[in-house]
Design a protein around this ligand. Structure first.
Ligand SMILES: Nc1ncnc2c1ncn2[C@@H]1O[C@H](COP(=O)(O)OP(=O)(O)OP(=O)(O)O)[C@@H](O)[C@H]1O
Ligand SMILES: [Mg+2]
Length: 379
């Protein structure tokens, strides 16, 4: 599923985190950063990336310039002479600018990969199918939206994604091969998963039968259990991040918002709101401690959506959805699909508990519960 409305942004100031800007506009599957000044976007993007429609395939001495990546340095705009920060730069490209950017990428070589086709587009960049020329194999390359580079946090997030995922070796996790910066573009080279996302599947089918939805949940929970054991919380579990390979097995993508558990446990009160409004757990909205049980909540929302074709909390604005996560009880899925049975209904309601302590203790406990579902749950 693609975010074709990537350029549709809305100003909002209601959900400040630790950074000076706010992630708030839903784009179908993710927030877009909302800011007001979009006037000199072209200038900003070009200044940061160079001429995007230029020849990216020309060889560059030294290849990927990862040595330049000093993520500890604040490369944001300098204060002016009387100490005021300049106006924040526009972080989103218009749809036309995004398309031009993507057209400039296609056919070019970046990180030793020949860019063949666009696979999709998300909140932080575009994903391309590419040929890794040295390895002679297909890969997926995510390229960060150049309008975001200006904001150091997004670059950090991009690299955090790479590091988190690179730590994990599991058949249920999309492998990360490489990460770097070349010609001013930040990229991530990952395993290409040929197939569709669970989001695409739900969109196509409307809803998924219980046996298939539970299988997807079990495979996702197994991958999460491995990540959690490694101290990594995904923090952005949702249907578009669950890829289905050619044999229909789940591969979890985008450990982009992942956070080391130790860091998560220390952070309280000041954590940033990040993620997708439909799947975001209450503690991530309210700035509470986010641990592995946050992923269980998001997986519960995903399972609810897969089974019923509806998210537990819907609304016309992201703010409305966020408030519902915090305050409303979901309609039990069994009321929408009576065949589900008490046991599966109970598992989903437990995953959707407002307080992490009300949910399963960890992914393994969830796996045990799912494994002991009676056959009637699948009739
Ligand atoms: N490794 C991959 N192999 C094949 N297709 C991929 C891969 N990674 C992403 N895609 C495709 O690219 C699309 C966009 O992915 P991306 O992660 O940029 O955005 P998203 O997950 O839809 O949203 P968000 O940015 O909010 O996480 C996905 O929906 C999927 O169709
Ligand atoms: Mg994604």
């Amino acid at each position: 599923m693609e975010n074709e409305d990537v350029g549709q942004i809305e100003q909002s100031g209601g959900f400040e985190g630790t950074s000076s800007f706010v992630c708030l506009e839903a784009t179908g599957s993710g927030f877009q950063v909302s800011l007001d000044d979009t006037d000199d976007l072209t200038a900003t993007a070009t200044e940061v990336t160079g001429d995007l429609t230029g020849d990216l395939s020309a060889p560059e001495a030294g290849g990927a310039d990862t040595a330049d990546l000093d993520l500890t340095a604040d490369d944001g705009p300098a204060l002016d002479e009387i100490g005021r920060p300049p106006p924040l730069p526009p972080p989103c490209m218009t749809p036309e600018q995004t398309l031009n950017f993507e057209r400039g990428i296609l056919g070019s070589t970046l990180a030793g990969c020949l860019m063949d086709a666009r696979l999709g587009r998300g909140a932080v960049g575009s994903v391309f199918l590419a040929r890794h020329l040295a390895l002679q194999k297909d890969v997926a390359v995510k390229i960060l939206n150049p309008a975001l580079f200006y904001l150091r946090r997004h670059v950090e997030q991009f690299f955090r994604e790479a590091r988190s995922a690179a730590c994990l070796e599991h058949p249920g996790v999309v492998a990360v091969h490489d990460v770097g910066q070349e010609r001013g573009l930040y990229y991530l080279v990952m395993q290409y998963v040929e197939g569709e996302t669970v989001g695409d599947l739900i969109e196509r089918e409307g809803q998924i039968d219980a046996r298939e939805a539970v299988r997807i949940t079990i495979e996702t929970a197994a991958a999460l259990a491995e990540a959690h054991d490694a101290g990594i919380v995904h923090r952005d579990i949702k249907p578009s991040n669950l890829l289905l390979d050619s044999r229909n097995r789940v591969k979890v993508a985008d450990f982009g918002l992942a956070l080391q558990l130790s860091e998560a446990r220390q952070s309280s009160g000041r954590s940033e709101i990040a993620g997708t409004p439909f799947y975001i757990p209450p503690e991530q909205i309210s700035g509470g401690v986010v641990d592995e049980r946050a992923d269980l909540y998001s997986l519960g929302v995903t399972l609810y959506f897969a089974l019923t074709g509806r998210r537990p909390f819907e609304g016309s604005t992201p703010a409305e959805i966020l408030v519902k996560h915090l305050t409303e009880s979901p309609v039990p899925p069994m009321e929408l699909v009576p065949t589900l049975g008490e046991e599966l209904n109970g598992i989903i309601m437990r995953l959707l508990a407002k307080k992490p302590s009300g949910r399963h203790r960890d992914a393994r406990e969830l796996l045990d519960d799912l494994a002991s579902l009676p056959d009637e749950s699948f009739e």
